[in-house]
Design a protein. Structure first.
Length: 366
């Protein structure tokens, strides 16, 4: 059996350091907003180059929510994101009080289509949330140009993009702010929920710090209506250990993706495309097939785990029928949701298993 994902081997590879980091937290006896969180924030910010500021929070969804509020989004404003994304993206937008507006994606990278984005802008649009889906950067040059033309804020959704880069610059450093998730399956994953907002603007950072902790300016003095959304000390300590390995793990993902590319080229499926300006972290390796469901069943019968990211676009989710879109509103997103299939890909996956998966894909005949 080749599982779609397996987290235990990674833990075992750094078990000593992880266990020591957790023990350090218990020895200190301080569990919320302490030295570990502050140190991780400094290290995560520095990882993205000098001048950045990171603020830990409870999840990637909260990071989107708090970042949007911190850049000035208010109820009644419109925020545009991609129709082909995970629901947490729009949960974060909705939590800010903004109206959700969608744009279609490019057919090659399945990231936000600048042309569709431009057509979605109205007089109420105040921000854009581009999603670096599967770890592949969006076309940030085009998105930044549109944002500047219309005086719009940008909050990058980097939930899947830890360490990915566009034109040599890391994702999360292009917009006014960026939201990261540290869900356990991410390239940089905690052992529980966690998230962070990244920005170069001290005012935005201070806004997020207040919002994550009841709106407090100082202890028991709330200057704005806030929330409870804090990155706890245990998760921060774990993330500090794992951050040191992120680049090596991303390299391992890219090596396995390259092997898939070599073995599957010319085969029965469409392969993920990487823009010439982008360096994907290959959070996911997503192929496309018009016989996706049949192929998935074939792989399952061969003991290979797969997932679908994602089976239903946002506008066709039952929870979001109120947005006013219908089937056909975003044809590229809709077609992708019927074709995409994620193959096993994680740093500890053996090359022999990559070969086995690829052989099984190529042996599928409809």
């Amino acid at each position: 059996m080749i599982p779609f994902a397996e987290l235990k081997p990674q833990y075992l590879s750094i078990k000593g350091a992880i266990d020591a980091a957790i023990a350090e937290v218990f020895d200190a006896g301080w569990f919320i907003l302490g030295k570990q969180c502050a140190a991780f924030e400094e290290e995560f910010a520095a990882y993205h180059s000098t001048g950045n500021i990171a603020v830990g929070c409870a999840s990637g969804t909260d990071a989107i929510h708090l970042a949007l509020r911190a850049v000035g989004i208010k109820p009644g404003d419109e925020v545009i994101t991609a129709a082909n994304t995970c629901v947490p993206t729009v949960c974060g937008i909705a939590a800010s009080g903004a109206a959700i507006v969608l744009a279609d994606v490019n057919n090659d990278t399945l990231t936000m289509c600048p042309r569709s984005l431009r057509s979605a802008i109205t007089s109420r649009t105040r921000a854009i949330v581009p999603v670096h889906l599967y770890g592949h950067p969006c076309d940030m040059d085009a998105i930044l140009t549109i944002a500047q033309e219309h005086d719009l804020k940008i909050v990058e959704d980097c939930a899947q993009a830890h360490g990915a880069s566009y034109k040599g610059k890391k994702c999360g450093t292009f917009g006014d702010a960026a939201a990261f998730s540290f869900y356990p399956s991410k390239n940089l994953g905690a052992y529980g929920d966690g998230g962070a907002v990244l920005t170069r603007d001290p005012a935005i950072a201070e806004g997020v710090r207040a919002l994550r902790n009841y709106g407090e300016e100082s202890r028991y003095r709330s200057v704005t209506e806030g929330f409870n959304s804090r990155l706890d000390e245990i998760q921060a300590a774990i993330l500090r250990v794992k951050l040191r390995h992120l680049d090596a793990w991303n390299t391992a993902r890219r090596e396995r993706a390259a092997r898939y590319h070599d073995l599957l080229s010319g085969g029965p499926v469409a392969l993920p495309q990487e823009s010439a300006l982008a360096t994907s972290n290959y959070h996911l390796y997503v192929i496309r097939s018009k016989q996706r469901d049949c192929l998935r069943e074939h792989l399952s019968h061969n003991g290979i785990g797969t997932q679908i990211h994602y089976p239903t676009p946002i506008h066709l989710q039952p929870a979001y029928t109120n947005l006013g879109y219908v089937a056909g509103s975003f044809p590229i997103s809709e077609r992708a949701c019927n074709e995409v299939l994620s193959l096993p890909l994680y740093p500890e996956l053996s090359m022999a298993d990559v070969n086995t998966v690829a052989d099984a894909v190529c042996s599928h005949h409809v």
